[in-house]
Structures are given as C-alpha cells and as structure tokens.
Ligand binder design. Sequence first.
Ligand SMILES: O=C(O)COc1ccc(-c2c[nH]c(CNC(=O)Nc3ncc(Sc4ccccn4)s3)n2)cc1
Length: 309
Amino acid sequence: MKTQLTNLLSIEYPIIQGGMAWISDAELASAVSNAGGLGVIAGGNAEKALIKNQIDLMKSKTNKPYALNIMLLSPHAEDLVDLAIEERVPVVITGAGSPGKHMERFLSAGIKVIPVVPTVALAKRMVQLGASAIIAEGTEAGGHVGELTTMTLVPQVADAVSVPVIAAGGIADGRGAAAAFLLGAEGIQVGTRFLVAKECNIHPAYKEMILKAKDTSTVVTGRSTGHPVRILKNKLYRHYMALEKNGASPEEIEALGAGALRKAAVLGDMAWGSVMAGQIAGLVQTEASAKEIIEDIFTHMTTVMRRKL
Ligand SMILES: O=C(O)COc1ccc(-c2c[nH]c(CNC(=O)Nc3ncc(Sc4ccccn4)s3)n2)cc1
C-alpha cells in the first residue's frame, strides 16, 4: 500500500510500531521492519550502552529502515541523541517532550525526525523546526498521553501541517486503520497490539493481562503530577488513587512510578507494575507474529473500505 509515508520512509506498509519503553527491543523491531513496517527500538529510560547493543542487534537482523524512539523525559535523552547521530540511525521518533533543541543536529546528520505530539500547536512548531512527519497521538494510547482523542486530534493536525501525519492511539485492526486514513492520516502507529506479537519479549503475565483486558480496563493516572500515563487498572493504580485522594505530594506519587514499567514488562509484576496499555486492549484477543499482525490490519482495512465505500 503506497502513501506519502511509505514513500518518505521507503517501507512497504504505512505502519510504525509504537516505541514502548522496556518493551520495543531489536527482536520486535526487526520483525516489524522485515515484515514491511517501520520497526522501532525504544530508548525509554535506558542508558546509551544498552541501546547501542540493541542498534547493533537490529543491524544484524535487518537491512530495512528502522527508528530509534527517544523519550525526552529520560535522564539519558542527550546521550541517545548523540548515539542516533553516531550510529546514523535513519529515523528518530521523539516523545514526552519537544525535540526542538536537538533538531538542527539531527537534520545535519541526515536523520528524519518524527515527533509524537498531543496538540496542533506542537505539531506546527515541530514542522517549522524541520520534522519530516508528525505522529498525532490521541489519549486512547498507552503510556504517556495528552488530553485529545485520536478522532479529534488527527484531522486538526492534518489540516494544520504540510508533512505526512501518522495517527496513533486506539488503532489495532483494519477498522481503526481505515478510520485513520479517512481522518487525513498517511500512516498509523500501533503499540498495544504489538505487545502480544510473538517476537515481543515482555513477561507472559503482561501478555495474558492484555488478552484478558476489556474496554474499561485502562485508566490515566498521574494527571496531578503533570505526567499522565495510561495503564491497566491494578493494585498500583488503586494505590495511586488513594495517594492522590489523601493529598500526597507529586514527588510521593512519582516515586511510586519509578521503575514500575520495568517491574511489569520484565518481572511480570501485574499487581505493582505499571502495566501500560491503550484503550484498544479490549480488542486484542489473539497472539500472532509481527508479520501476521501487519498483514491482518491491511487486509482487513481493504475489506472494510470495499464494503463501506
Ligand atoms: O514540550 C512541550 O510543550 C510538551 O510536549 C509534549 C508533551 C507530551 C508529548 C507526548 C505525549 N505522548 C507522547 C508519546 N508517547 C510517550 O512518550 N509514551 C510514553 N509512555 C511511557 C513513557 S515513560 C514515562 C513517561 C512519563 C512518566 C513516566 N514514565 S513515555 N509524547 C509530546 C510532547
């Protein structure tokens, strides 16, 4: 399927795998890239050496395009900016902040930058700074989220910028993909459904929790600390709510989240880990390979579009 995004990135399908901290490693990313999408290695809060290993592994597993996702709240973000330039990473995706101060260095190194944004204003600012495309991520997404829904954010960003827009948040099958393209997107970003990809190395308990999730299984915590994050409801969530209700300080609440995502993804602690997932988790019912997931989404999308149009 050709779109402005597949042309820009030289990929076969207009799909980007969500860069999920502690989850999106070279095994998942290379499977997605080899299947024709854009595989993404997540920098998360990891140190430079660990991500360099993942980039080396990626280069050994695929010669297709891929991206490094740099989470700008990370204390190691500056190091990962250096690493992306040193390793000549083809695409950098940024999240949880504005990559403005790094844009010139990325562009000078020939790196395509695709910021994730939660608002039109940020999208316009990023394009002015030289972004090659924009991921407009709705509040339906897992992890760190803005306030606007995908349905409302995507068409407004598409009207506001001249570069390709990728829709993210709440997309897991052909219907979501069809909706995204009708809203003006040139591609989609999918995170939650790739959590149950066979090549995704999260703890089996995490996958089980995604497969059992319902429409109302997620909630956004941390609005009071300025870092709203969508997670599956569990004991950690109920403890967050009790702290917020009892007037705990933002520092106390933030402290609860430190290392909580690793606790969920690596250690499989579904009670006290931060089990990040999007609202579409309720639609994710079966495990499959990254290739099967990608082909299912676009086959389903073609069927839906033919039937409806
Ligand atoms: O600088 C400004 O004006 C504010 O700019 C932005 C504000 C928000 C965003 C944004 C929203 N969503 C995304 C992309 N998605 C994400 O970044 N999702 C994430 N999930 C888990 C993460 S790790 C984390 C994060 C917060 C607290 C604790 N841990 S990051 N970026 C992007 C830019």
